[in-house]
Ligand binder design. Sequence first.
Ligand SMILES: C[S@@+](CC[C@H](N)C(=O)[O-])C[C@H]1O[C@@H](n2cnc3c(N)ncnc32)[C@H](O)[C@@H]1O
Length: 366
Amino acid sequence: MTAPSPSVDLPPFPPNGDLPASLRWQAAACGDRSPLYRALLEHAAVDVEEGGPVAALLAPYADRLTASPGLRLLGAVHRLVLDGALPELAPLYPSVGGAGAPEQTWPVVRSVLAERTGEIATAMEASVQTNETGRAAVLYAGLLTLAHRTGLPIRLLEIGASAGLNLRADRYGYRTSTGVFGDPDSPVVLDQPWEGEPPVPLGARVRVVERRGCDPAPLDPASPADRRHLESLVWADQVDRLARLRSAFVVAERVPAPVERVSDTAAWLADRLSETSSGTLTVVWHSVVKGYVDPDAWEAIGSLLADVGEHAGGDAPLARLGFEPETDEHGRPRFAAWLTLWPHGERRLLGTADAHGLPFRWSRSA
Ligand SMILES: C[S@@+](CC[C@H](N)C(=O)[O-])C[C@H]1O[C@@H](n2cnc3c(N)ncnc32)[C@H](O)[C@@H]1O
């Protein structure tokens, strides 16, 4: 699933039923990060207004815009491109080595949508579920901060982990102007992931001794079908992001991090928190999950963490690190990372980032 991604310059998310507005909103959200998808989504909006093939394909999603109809449509097309089933698009799609100008690409996409409607509609039934390794820049910033503050080895627990790729954040490299931190030999290296003055030494030692996640719909990074599913939802002109995702699959082969299928996230977390051991810091991490969870269930997760945290001893502290959309003090949407460390339970703004995590801007108060 991909939540609507607020960004500072975006208008409010349009009301249900207004498909063209939703497509234009998503086009604006893609912005300069994906000129191809921005152009395709803008044309798709006009196509809906003119009753073209996009109108028919998106009609089932008109009353549930949180199902991300635009990304669902383009993800379905991308999947077929990656599978080699749309050779007419291959010369135009950068993800398979093509190099079409966005404006050249739309007429070809439109004829594919008109001629292969049934196939595209079937591919669109797959969930719009991502696992964004760029958000490892946020998580690793939090882990560095916590390692520096506690000096303890870390049990890393992730709720809404998807394929669990970010449970390996300490096994990725982070290239800055002063060196590569994290694992410099990793196949995944995030380039210039941080902006601003880090409040902690970037070379602080992060020791992760356990990594576990949960998700109602976990993906398996070793499964070719699940890999292809995640690849298809990367915007097709973001070749670096696609390469990073594929490199993360390689790290996942080397570093186990089980993600359990759950129907009750709070119950899973309560079980994991009851296993806390002395001399270890437990870190509960979530990124872009809140919008998918029933508000009462989200509240229950927060209460559980606060309750367990208040009873945590100094030799087995608990931390919550969340990266979620919110509005700032001026009412502007943003993605922010907040860090709470118990037993004292002090909550600090660690920083803010683009929806996909890069670059992460350290907060002065972190
Ligand atoms: C936008 S994805 C984010 C995945 C991952 N955290 C990341 O940043 O790449 C949202 C994830 O939340 C999961 N999710 C949905 N409902 C959930 C729930 N009740 N508890 C935990 N995770 C949930 C989805 O299955 C999906 O994997």
